[in-house]
Design a protein around this ligand. Structure first.
Ligand SMILES: [Fe+2]
Ligand SMILES: [Fe+2]
Length: 475
């Protein structure tokens, strides 16, 4: 048995060295985690020195310490946000009670399920992104990919900490199972469908980090409201890291659009075939990728009507986005919400009890947030003088979960026959050819400061370093 000093090896603010049971659990789990990282983490990256930020504590200076490090040696830490004195359960039927520091027996199964479902997404995204390092458009981007990968690994640690600390033997078994399921695996897939999709190219990666990491933001915010205090504190700290992931997505798409517009302007072209001939990604293809990632991601919020969502809320386990800032009664028994459904061949609004609609409430909050960034992308196109505009597809478009899963709807919200859908789907979702074209542009660029032809350089580097800094040292 190894004699690693875990409290040094694993930066933490949970008094790891004083909890023998937890230490033993981690001693079993950590080598398995590292095996998983080596097998399923970033391809051909073990020897690189990468300019990464590491959290060594939760203070403003401590959570972002930068330096070159080999990823298998990354110090995946365990951090909870500061405990709030006298924190209460802030919503549901237990509202006003002291927040739970231990798992309440009657909610044990539901809490475990919530934590496992969140935990499962973290390593899944690392698996989905594992080949992207081989086609990074620049060293700067390669470093950002690896930063996201190690932090998703840390988020797995965060959830595994909760399981091992608070759920006994069940928790240890769940922690092992989190390393055994794999994204896209036919026998042991990841729990949620969007996390079994491939992330085959960098356009998909930026869309994923913009849209799907944003789902993470909303789920974590809802869990940060939890009456189970350790979950709340864990999620609050994870959110500080999540912001960078979404930044990578938003700025990556923005730079892709900027480069496309630059070429369109330079040659006076707008036709997608001509744009492609210049080796950049035409705007309609970017729209189709957007449609795909948007629709797959909003499925992650679950069915629009859900008794589980009502149960999780009423029990005080999972709140709404910014629950504590809302001014209603935080019990919601007498409240209603308008959902959209199909009736007589039309999409119509219907008022339903709010408690059963909390998935939809969170989805609608998410949609508002993601649309804002699309507006910022459009300003890049507008400034370049082109009329094309990107937009979010209708929320019933390409859905596979909830009441829209059985119907076909166009991006502008028209109900379609199967035949109409088939005739047009190539215009709305990435086709094989689109994906092949984007794949054809992907080639590794590793000289410091150089960019692949299809993407513009970032305006500034990471941690105030220059854009041509050696973010990754290849060994
Ligand atoms: Fe995460
Ligand atoms: Fe993330």
């Amino acid at each position: 048995m190894s004699t690693i000093n875990y409290s040094e090896k694993i930066p933490n603010n949970v008094n790891l060295s004083e909890d023998r049971t937890l230490q033993r659990a981690l001693e079993h789990w950590q080598p398995n985690y590292l095996n998983w990282w080596n097998d399923m983490g970033p391809d051909h990256s073990q020897g690189h020195d990468v300019y990464l930020r590491t959290a060594v504590n939760t203070t403003p200076e401590g959570w972002a310490q930068f330096g070159h490090v080999k990823m298998p040696d990354y110090r995946w830490g365990i951090f909870l946000a500061q405990q709030e004195e006298g924190r209460k359960v802030n919503f549901g039927e237990n509202k006003g009670m002291d927040a739970w520091q231990d798992v309440p027996g009657e909610h044990r199964a539901n809490l475990r399920r919530i934590i496992v479902t969140q935990g499962d997404t973290e390593p899944a995204s690392v698996e989905q992104q594992r080949h992207l390092g081989l086609t990074a458009p620049s060293q700067y981007d390669l470093r950002n990919l690896f930063q996201i990968n190690v932090e998703e690994g840390r988020h797995l640690w965060a959830m595994v900490y909760l399981l091992q600390k608070h759920f006994g033997r069940d928790g240890r078994e769940e922690a092992e199972a989190l390393l055994q399921r794999n994204s896209g695996d036919a026998d042991k897939p990841r729990i949620l469908e969007a996390f079994n999709e491939e992330t085959p190219d960098w356009l998909a990666f930026y869309m994923f980090t913009y849209f799907t990491d944003r789902d993470g933001k909303f789920q974590l915010n809802a869990l940060a409201e939890s009456g189970f205090d350790p979950l709340s504190r864990t999620c609050r700290f994870m959110l500080t890291e999540e912001a960078h992931h979404m930044f990578v997505g938003e700025s990556g798409i923005s730079r892709t659009i900027a480069r496309t517009c630059e070429i369109m302007k330079q040659y006076g072209i707008e036709d997608p075939a001509q744009v492609r001939a210049k080796g950049v990604i035409d705007l309609p293809t970017i729209q189709r990728y957007l449609n795909f990632h948007f629709s797959v991601t909003i499925d992650l919020f679950g069915a629009d009507q859900s008794s589980n969502a009502a149960l999780f809320y009423s029990a005080g386990l999972k709140g709404r986005y910014e629950e504590s800032k809302r001014t209603d009664d935080h019990v919601l028994k007498n409240d209603h919400y308008k959902i959209l459904e199909v009736s007589n061949g039309k999409l119509v609004e219907r008022e339903v009890p709010m408690l059963n609609s909390l998935n939809e409430v969170l989805r609608d909050d998410y949609i508002r947030d993601s649309v804002a960034g699309i507006g910022r992308w459009n300003r890049v196109i507008e400034k370049a003088g082109f009329a094309f505009r990107l937009s979010a597809p209708h929320k019933a478009f390409n859905r596979h979960i909830g009441s829209f899963s059985g119907i076909k709807v166009s991006p502008d919200g028209q109900l379609l026959s199967e035949a109409d859908w088939e005739a047009n789907v190539r215009n709305w979702l990435p086709s094989e050819e689109d994906r092949a074209y984007v794949a054809s542009l992907m080639g590794r660029v590793i000289e410091p400061g150089k960019m692949a032809n299809w993407i513009a350089p970032p305006p500034i580097g990471i941690n105030r370093q220059p854009v041509d800094f050696d973010y990754v040292r290849f060994n």
